[in-house]
Design a protein around this ligand. Structure first.
Ligand code: FES
Length: 168
């Protein structure tokens, strides 16, 4: 196991330093796993492999098990957020107006699931509650732009357009 001094040396100057200093309070405490994962994600925007290694040493849980926990909870990300964030509304009005089909079209087009980022780092997909423009349902937002009255076909074209026009 790494000693605290070794860890300090290794990570001096990195954003991870404060996070890891905090970690030592929880040495051997399995119950601290979730708060530690949340803390890593807060520090980095996702949970990097190095954070998993260190958390594994602190809580004394094998890294493979920690991966299992991360993939179980949709709040955790193993990759940084994409350049473009797509929010798909799952509020009542959108749900009634077939937002499930829009989500499926996005998943097909981007080859990712909710809360994941495409391999090229261009898009992250997030299912969210009401976006506040129910009269346009079903609705998505790409970054700050809102797109409403969508169909699966329209949403696929929209993503293609984003890619082709270099907006993405
Ligand atoms: S329910 Fe989708 S915008 Fe309100």
């Amino acid at each position: 196991m790494l000693q605290k001094e070794e860890m300090k040396k290794e990570d001096t100057g990195s954003q991870f330093y404060d996070f890891k200093t905090e970690l030592w309070k929880y040495q051997g405490e399995m119950g601290a796993l979730i708060p530690l994962l949340q803390s890593a994600q807060e520090a980095y925007g996702y949970i990097p492999e190095s954070a998993i290694d260190h958390i594994s040493e602190v809580v004394e849980i094998p890294g493979a098990e920690i991966y299992g926990v991360i993939t179980f909870y949709s709040q955790f990300r193993l990759k940084p957020m994409g350049k473009n964030i797509i929010k798909i509304c799952d509020g009542t009005a959108c749900h009634v107006n077939a937002s499930t089909g829009i989500l499926k079209a996005l998943e097909d087009e981007l080859q990712i699931m909710n809360n994941e980022t495409t391999d090229d780092g261009l898009f992250t997909l997030q299912k969210v509650a009401c976006l506040g423009c129910c009269s346009l349902s079903p609705v998505i937002m790409i970054n700050d732009d809102t797109f409403g009255r969508l169909t699966p076909k329209k949403v696929k074209e929209l993503i293609k357009e984003f890619r082709e026009n270099g907006k993405a």
